[in-house]
Design a protein around this ligand. Structure first.
Ligand SMILES: [Zn+2]
Length: 116
């Protein structure tokens, strides 16, 4: 799973197949149709979350909720950890664009992340 981080407003936005923008509007990005490659604005910091580690962490949390108390088994507790990373500058899966180059047809699909 790819996300973008905005160094100006601190927002983190999950990429979708339509353009999503951070709260301040200085960064944006989207997945291409293949769902693997992405385009992001040049100021966005791309973040990856290992999908398998996320799936295992969610399952561990569900197991904890079913038991009704914190997990004490170390192996299951370790599954609560996520593997996340900042993508390399020259990632073959990510291309960058200048925000000024965002096309009108792209902007019609823009979704700003909801405030929290
Ligand atoms: Zn921002």
């Amino acid at each position: 799973m790819k996300l973008i981080y905005c160094r100006d407003c601190g927002d983190v936005v999950r990429l979708q197949r339509f353009v999503r923008m951070c709260l301040c509007g200085k960064t944006a990005g989207r997945y291409l149709e293949d769902g693997i490659h992405a385009v992001i604005s040049e100021d966005a910091v791309p973040i990856g979350i290992d999908n398998n580690s996320l799936r295992m962490a969610v399952q561990a949390r569900i197991a904890m909720l079913m038991v009704g108390k914190p997990i004490v088994h170390e192996a299951i507790k370790n599954n609560l950890n996520l593997t996340a990373f900042v993508c390399q500058f020259a990632s073959p899966h990510i291309k960058t664009f200048k925000m000024a180059e965002l096309q009108v047809e792209d902007i019609s699909d823009v979704e700003t992340s909801p405030s929290s």
